[in-house]
Unconditional design. Structure first.
Length: 211
């Protein structure tokens, strides 16, 4: 029997390992979002997760590693929410309606928990050169996602205006900046207010060739 298949207390090792890793990620999102990444130590992450440093080092090498993993999880979950929204679009999409639905799904995924939003839009900025490279890679990944979503969002004759990398980065920059201000607002406006501002920007980046 492989290590992955071994059972302890009726549960596979891989299941227990995945659960432990998730506890570290949940704890990191909570305390980094609440107190700030720079103000939290590795010991703080372990205490919030209710796990030991030994268990931490079985999953990660550094405190920054758990930040990267938490950031990636938030990004992946928001991408999945956007993809699920895009899959519901009809064959003759109206760009304003479909972009509204897509942005709503994306921002609801991140903005439902302000700690998730703070980690995704604030705490990862300027941490290290490695983190900045990683954020840029993720941004390029979002540009690719936007390219793939153009058809379902605006029709098969639609394309991104101008240089796709620059246009996509412009929209992503607007989302990041607006989300940052939203986090600092007291009281925070509903996510729908952010969507209302972002939809015209997003639609303006779509061009449709005449059929």
């Amino acid at each position: 029997m492989t290590i992955e298949g071994r059972q302890y207390g009726g549960r596979a090792v891989t299941e227990r390992k995945a659960e432990r890793r998730q506890r570290f990620l949940d704890a990191a999102i909570q305390i980094f979002g609440e107190r700030g990444y720079a103000n939290c130590s590795l010991a703080d992450v372990c205490a919030a997760a209710g796990l030991s440093k030994r268990q931490f080092y079985e999953e990660f090498q550094t405190r920054e590693d758990v930040l990267v993993a938490a950031y990636d999880q938030i990004q992946d979950q928001s991408a999945a929410a956007l993809a699920a929204a895009v899959r519901t679009m009809g064959p003759d999409p109206d760009p304003t309606d479909t972009v509204t639905r897509a942005l709503t799904a994306f921002l609801n995924s991140i903005g439902a928990d302000p700690f998730r939003a703070k980690v995704a839009f604030v705490e990862v900025v300027g941490v290290s050169e490695r983190m900045e490279h990683h954020r840029r890679d993720r941004r390029h990944g979002w540009v690719d996602t936007i390219r793939l979503a153009i058809g379902p969002l605006a029709g098969s004759n639609a394309a991104i205006r101008g240089n796709p990398e620059l246009a996509g980065s412009a929209l992503i920059g607007a989302i990041n900046g607006l989300a940052h201000e939203w986090l600092l607002s007291d009281p925070r406006p509903p996510v729908g207010d952010l969507v209302e501002l972002l939809v015209p920007m997003a639609v303006s980046l779509i061009v449709r060739d005449p059929l």
